[in-house]
Write a protein that binds this ligand. Structure first.
Ligand code: NAD
Length: 498
């Protein structure tokens, strides 16, 4: 049986906790491996390794750190297929979807390769008599990342390239549900030439997370996962004096205006609602058609397509989506559908109880379409994180905007319309961090930053892009007088140009 171990100071280790957890192939439901679960001892060892590596790594010129990112890009491109297969084996997403995850991760590596420009400081001459001021951004020290199951390569790679390029060293605590991708990420960095100790991996669950949050040697924590854990990580990490960014869950709405191209909107909802079995924080989980006529047309278009979704294991080239991550996730999603039905919503296409021939033990949920969802229903308020698309019929555009603005989450949203006025108004008024206009999944490219609003992000920085440079560095401003030979005498008033 494959055992997935920690990587500390460049070496694999099982640690000392003696605890493990099974890892599954979600398509078959069979156990494919076992991951070791670390705690305070393993986190401490990883922090020590990262601290030891920090002096040399932070003193490595940015140009050389950038070169490592260029090398990493080559390694990742050469091993794309292997990375995608490793993701799918434990996550279950289709091979094409996993390749997409690798592509988005590569974009962050490419942005990090430009670190020399991103770290450039500013300079002001003559701020006082013979006095100049410059500023620079310096690394924080050892920083940590805690990541979710749904993008087991991409989310760690949202964090690590930027943190390392800025001169920090890193401890990653990946999801325990699909941990092999994290070790492969380490292997890619190693092949690109990363020195031992700069990147360390400690596997585990709550025990490892708490050890990260409490460790005095960790300066900052990036977290991506569900909202209750994001809030917990933010609160506990900040209380321990760390800089924390914690990205949480979502409930993403898409408004379909009466003037929208209905076929285009239906295509967008199929991909954004059911791609990756809905296990994306930017998945559209609520369609909001404006007016009954628009809603009827949309449901008529969607229902046959949802019922005909091609579902299969990652190596099925026809599959449009795979299984969900665990048996517990399947049961929870099915319970959400049942709760919606009980609350009075209409299950138009029911994905419960799906069995696939030859894969009877897999964690399958079929595509599900639910109409007549209302704002008071639990199915509307909570994040389902599965292949379930709700339709909430809005009277008019203003009611739809109001609905979105009142929701506790504010990760992503979209509007489909041909009306430029409505689109412009939407982009301005909507209380959501990432907005799409005729784009259903508006995940920003790596030259911009990713982050939601409200209870989808705790902390003041988005992830990757320019925000990452700010998150992973601190500002130092130097005010200097040259030549030194000028005597101004002792000045007891506050220094100014007067
Ligand atoms: P999760 O919150 O269960 O787990 C995330 C991390 O937290 C994992 O590393 C896990 O080990 C750890 N964790 C879990 N329970 C914990 C506890 N009680 N105490 C301390 N640590 C704990 O999330 P998940 O199920 O792996 O991922 C899905 C969630 O992540 C969804 O809510 C999704 O919306 C969200 N997500 C958000 C973004 C974003 O950018 N906003 C991106 C991807 C996923």
């Amino acid at each position: 049986m494959k055992i997935i171990k920690h990587i500390i100071g460049g070496k694999e280790t099982a640690g000392t906790s003696g605890k493990t957890q099974p890892v599954y192939n979600p398509s078959t439901g069979e156990q494919s491996g076992e991951v070791v679960l670390g705690g305070a001892a393993e986190v401490d060892a990883a922090v020590q390794a990262a601290q030891a590596a920090f002096a040399d790594w932070s003193a490595t010129p940015p140009a050389k750190r950038a070169r490592l990112m260029f090398a990493l890009r080559e390694v990742m491109n050469a091993r794309r297929d292997e990375i995608a297969r490793t993701i799918s084996a434990e996550h279950g997403k289709t091979h094409g979807d996993a390749l997409g995850e690798v592509t988005r991760a590569l974009e962050v590596v490419e942005f990090a390769a430009g670190i020399q420009s991103h770290l450039k400081g500013s300079f002001s001459r003559d701020v006082g008599p013979q006095i100049d001021t410059c500023d620079e951004r310096q690394p924080l020290g050892v920083v940590a990342g805690i990541t979710p199951f749904n993008f087991p390569s991409m989310v760690p790679l949202w964090m690590i390239p930027m943190a390392l390029a800025c001169g920090n060293t890193f401890v990653l605590k990946p999801s325990e549900r699909d941990p092999s991708s994290a070790n492969l990420v380490f292997d890619l960095f190693k092949q690109a030439g990363l020195p031992d100790g700069v990147l360390n991996i400690v596997h585990g669950g709550k025990g490892a997370v708490d050890a990260v949050l409490d460790h005095p040697g960790i300066a900052a924590v990036s977290f991506v996962g569900s909202t209750p854990i994001a809030e917990y990580v933010y609160t506990r990490g900040c209380a321990a004096g760390k800089r924390v960014q914690a990205l949480g869950g979502a409930k993403n709405h898409m408004i379909i205006m009466p003037d929208a191209d209905m076929d285009q909107a239906a295509d967008a909802l199929m991909g954004a609602g059911f791609g990756s079995a809905g296990e994306r924080c930017m998945a559209i989980s609520v369609a909001v058609p404006i007016g009954e006529k628009t809603a009827d047309m949309l449901v008529d278009k969607l229902a046959p397509r949802v019922a005909a979704l091609k579902i299969g294991p990652p190596d099925d080239p026809e599959a449009e989506m795979g299984p969900v991550i665990t048996a517990a996730a399947r049961d929870r999603i099915e319970a959400c559908i049942a709760a919606g039905e009980k609350e009075g919503a209409k299950v138009v296409v029911d994905g419960r109880g799906l069995k696939l021939q030859g894969y009877e033990g897999g964690f399958w949920v079929g595509g599900t379409l639910i109409d007549g969802v209302t704002p008071d229903m639990e199915i509307y308020r909570t994040e389902i994180f599965g292949p379930v698309l709700s339709v909430l019929r809005a009277r008019d555009y203003d009611q739809a905007v109001d609905l979105i603005n009142k929701h506790e989450y504010g990760n992503g949203t979209a509007i489909f319309t041909r009306d430029g006025d409505a689109a412009r108004d939407f982009a301005k008024r909507i209380q959501v961090g990432m907005v799409g206009v005729n784009v259903p999944i508006p995940v920003p490219v790596a030259t911009h930053s990713f982050g939601g609003w409200k209870r989808s992000l705790f902390g003041s920085h988005g992830i990757y892009g320019p925000e990452a440079v700010h998150f992973y560095t601190r500002l130092k401003t130097v005010t200097a007088r040259w030549p030194t030979g000028i005597r101004a005498g002792a000045q007891f008033t506050f220094p100014s140009m007067e």
